[in-house]
Design a protein around this ligand. Structure first.
Ligand SMILES: Cc1ncc(C[n+]2csc(CCOP(=O)(O)OP(=O)(O)O)c2C)c(N)n1
Length: 191
């Protein structure tokens, strides 16, 4: 299973959601499907996409928030899973694309590469109630739809191949994305 396939499947469901992605390959693959003002591609701050998603979800309970994360990024901020469990935002779906690699910076191994570290087990151990590991596109699609309908915090660990986009290049720098994302949220609040 490739992350790009998962994103393509998920894309129509993201229409009315706030989405925060990690940088690099994941951001590029979502952007390539078509940018929306409700997408925020977090650059530089590796590991913090879920923290930003948590803040958004708690502050905007009327919104649904989807975080698109990576194994390397989650490993850099493992405490995030305990914080998510503690605050348990009912409107947050945290998807971890586990490609067992730091793909965006050259494909170095992550701690999940050798199969030693199981991120789903860590999420459960942290106290998150709804955690699914998806190994096929069918499993991913089912888990994602269920999670989006569920009124509770959900984590999906999607085991994907370590492949990314052929080309990188987004015509949207971080500050512009941040300003427009914020404005989009304010517009939705006023609507
Ligand atoms: C604090 C910090 N360390 C390192 C980097 C460089 N960096 C950017 S993306 C990335 C790899 C991210 O790996 P993962 O979350 O598994 O996503 P993937 O690239 O595999 O999709 C690294 C090491 C960074 N941006 N910030």
């Amino acid at each position: 299973m490739e992350r790009a396939q998962c994103l393509e499947l998920l894309y129509p469901e993201l229409q009315d959601k706030l989405v925060v992605t990690i940088m690099g390959a994941c951001a590029q693959e979502l952007y390539d499907l078509g940018h929306r003002e409700s997408f925020f591609y977090l650059q530089h701050a590796m590991g913090l996409a879920s923290s930003i998603g948590l803040g958004l979800a708690l502050h905007l309970p009327e919104e649904r928030v989807v975080v698109l994360d990576g194994d390397g990024s989650v490993l850099m901020n493992l405490g995030t899973l305990t914080t998510l469990a503690r605050y348990r935002p009912r409107n947050l779906l945290h998807i971890i694309f586990d490609n067992e690699s730091l793909l965006s910076t050259g494909g170095f191994d992550s701690q999940t590469t050798s199969g030693i570290t199981d991120l789903a087990a860590i999420a459960r151990g942290a106290g998150i109630q709804h955690v699914v590991t998806a190994g096929t596109l069918m499993e991913f699609g089912e888990a994602a739809l269920e999670a989006l309908e569920r009124d509770d915090l959900s984590v999906i660990v999607a085991k994907v191949d370590a492949v990314g986009p052929d080309l990188y290049g987004m015509d949207l720098q971080l500050p512009e994305n941040a300003f427009r994302f914020r404005r989009h949220i304010l517009d939705r609040k006023q609507a």
